[in-house]
Design a protein around this ligand. Structure first.
Ligand SMILES: *[C@@H]1O[C@H](CO)[C@@H](O)[C@H](O)[C@H]1NC(C)=O
Ligand SMILES: *[C@@H]1O[C@H](CO)[C@@H](O)[C@H](O)[C@H]1NC(C)=O
Ligand SMILES: *[C@@H]1O[C@H](CO)[C@@H](O)[C@H](O)[C@H]1NC(C)=O
Ligand SMILES: *[C@@H]1O[C@H](CO)[C@@H](O)[C@H](O)[C@H]1NC(C)=O
Ligand SMILES: *[C@@H]1O[C@H](CO)[C@@H](O)[C@H](O)[C@H]1NC(C)=O
Length: 423
């Protein structure tokens, strides 16, 4: 784990960014390994990708990246705490929940240790009751909720569906061709819950097959919202949005329908922008839209979650073999995750008061710090069914980005429920 306490100097940044240029070449192959999907429940992942040095000074207004405490608006900080032993274990298992994607179904896939299942997130300064599906559904009568984002968002909704389906019937009412955007209903409560595949949140043309192999750069419009979620925006009572790692991908950057530059495309004679530039600008478009809308529901902006590849990265044999959580302060965000986080927090902070002035209930769901403490919660090699059954020395692709279900992100629902109930 990278120990990195100082703020991010541009020299360090250059160094890191250069370091990850080489892996570009491996990208095609590694993608294939990492996100092979089965046809019924495809699982396109959000692999970590690569980058190239950005131009040193961003144009326009991209200078303010102040750091500071993220959320002064809550009574107590739900996001500062520790993982404490929870002998009663998870609320569901692979046997009781049909919604777990195979690649995150660590129990079924034969993950041998189970200690990672027996922890619960516990804030230092507040009571955090356990997620109560009946109470939750009562609050959700006649309501709709959409979770919008990438494959971590899908990971999250599956956790939520597992909990809800323990107490009531959950039926699928819609899915797109690739099973990336889906909608379910809990009929007895007239509650609708959707997952919307929008990994950039802004408009993006992605030329990638279901195996994650791209044939062309992403065409990324930083100033246009992704219609996929905007068309339903006004009708949602609750929504959770997040993004992050997809901005690491090679992309041609558009503004006002004109190419203004690109990310990671040497040889194209275009202005090179860092992924942080694109991410910042896209989030600004999204958050500004939300903050200045007249939305009457509750909107959660979820921070992106860190990966825990150790002794390598996802493309170079990195693994995550820990068996239990770590304590606050024991590990730090890796550099890449730090950059994404910094963008998220500063952009959120910028629109927070604008949202309040407009009566928009925009909240930060800052799951990154509590997720950071769970290096033990990823599938690792157990994204596949018994990966070592044939050869106990087999070399297998590890997933240290998504989360086992049941697993740590079940606690996100405790936090969400608390925020829904108590403001
Ligand atoms: C659930 O996982 C256990 C091992 O932890 C396994 O024995 C069982 O067959 C799995 N059930 C299903 C439905 O996959
Ligand atoms: C839900 O909608 C039905 C039909 O419109 C209505 O009768 C009922 O009172 C609503 N319940 C709540 C809790 O809003
Ligand atoms: C379900 O909820 C919607 C609002 O989301 C409401 O318009 C509709 O009348 C409700 N239907 C029933 C059967 O309660
Ligand atoms: C690169 O773009 C600039 C400005 O658009 C142009 O003047 C220059 O000729 C281009 N260079 C090449 C090699 O195409
Ligand atoms: C696995 O690796 C160990 C140590 O490197 C070796 O002793 C053993 O023979 C290998 N087993 C198989 C099945 O290849």
């Amino acid at each position: 784990m990278v120990k990195e306490t100082k703020s991010w100097s541009s020299r360090q940044k250059k160094h890191l960014l250069l370091k990850i240029v080489v892996p570009i070449l491996l990208l095609g192959i590694a993608y294939r390994l990492f996100i092979v999907s089965d046809p019924v429940q495809p699982s396109p992942a959000t692999p970590l990708t690569d980058d190239i040095p950005p131009t040193e000074s961003d144009p326009s207004d991209f200078n303010d990246e102040d750091e500071g405490p993220p959320l002064p608006d809550d009574k107590c900080d739900l996001f500062s705490g520790e993982w404490v032993p929870n002998p009663s274990g998870p609320d569901y298992t692979n046997d009781t929940c049909p919604f777990i994607e195979t690649h995150q179904n660590c129990m079924t896939n034969g993950r041998p240790d189970s200690a990672y299942l027996y922890w619960r997130w516990t804030p230092h300064d507040c009571e955090l009751p356990k997620f109560n599906p009946v109470k939750f559904l009562k609050l959700m009568r006649n309501k709709s909720w959409a979770l919008i984002g990438d494959s971590i968002t899908r990971n999250h909704i599956q956790s939520l569906l597992c909990m809800l389906s323990k107490v009531d019937k959950v039926v699928e009412v819609y899915h797109d061709e690739e099973y990336r955007s889906r909608r379910w209903s809990v009929p007895s409560y007239n509650f609708t819950i959707s997952v919307v595949w929008s990994p950039f949140l802004v408009q993006a043309a992605i030329f990638e097959d279901m195996n994650g192999v791209s044939t062309s750069e992403v065409e990324l419009h930083l100033d246009k919202l992704d219609k996929k979620w905007v068309h339903m925006y006004q009708n949602l009572d609750y929504m959770t949005i997040s993004s992050g790692k997809w901005f690491l991908k090679t992309s041609i950057i558009y503004e006002n329908d004109k190419i203004v530059g690109c990310h990671n495309c040497p040889g194209k004679n275009l202005t090179e922008y860092g992924f942080d530039f694109a991410y910042r600008k896209a989030l600004r478009t999204v958050l500004k839209f939300i903050a200045t809308s007249n939305h009457k529901g509750m909107i959660f902006f979820r921070t992106s979650t860190p990966d825990h590849f150790e002794n390598g990265e996802w493309f170079s044999g990195g693994t995550c073999q820990r068996k239990e959580p770590v304590k606050e302060g024991e590990i730090e965000f890796k550099e890449l995750n730090q950059i994404l986080r910094k963008v998220e927090l500063s952009e959120f902070r910028k629109v927070k008061s604008i949202a309040s002035q407009n009566g928009v209930n925009l909240k930060l769901l800052d799951v990154a710090p509590l997720s950071l403490l769970r290096p033990d919660g990823h599938p690792g090699p157990y994204r596949h069914f018994y990966p070592f059954a044939q050869d106990k020395n087999a070399t297998v692709q590890n997933d240290c980005l998504h989360w086992c279900l049941p697993g740590p992100i079940d606690s996100w629902n405790d936090v969400l429920m608390e925020m829904v109930t108590n403001g």
